[in-house]
Design a protein around this ligand. Sequence first.
Ligand SMILES: O=C(CO)COP(=O)(O)O
Length: 131
Amino acid sequence: MRLALIAHDEKKPDLIEFAQNRQDDLEHLDLMATGTTGQRLIDATGLDIERKESGPLGGDMQIGAEIASETCHGVIFLRDPLTAQPHEPDITALLRICDVHDVPLATNLASADAVLDELLEQLGDEPSRNG
Ligand SMILES: O=C(CO)COP(=O)(O)O
């Protein structure tokens, strides 16, 4: 079961805190992330994460390609809704391809636990919340 983790700069601290709280569960999944998000998560948690390109350099599109190939089964993408992004078309395309393939997608912290729990359930694992 493969999960993609992505956060815009203003939301990276939230995603790091989420990953620390749910580290035991995240270790059961095959993780990937956009470049900077992935490095920040690796530094903070030591989780094994495949790093794609940085979002503005095509990382969102690489994750979108995995979704189209059905090799990515969930996405947690903490978007910054208050800051314009130069690669907005790529972001829109990623959100769209999740809908095309009916892939669970969380775009804020309130729904991130639900996406993670869904993937764990598909794996047959019980979620173990630390937080
Ligand atoms: O821009 C992003 C998603 O649209 C995230 O990219 P980084 O993880 O490289 O900051």
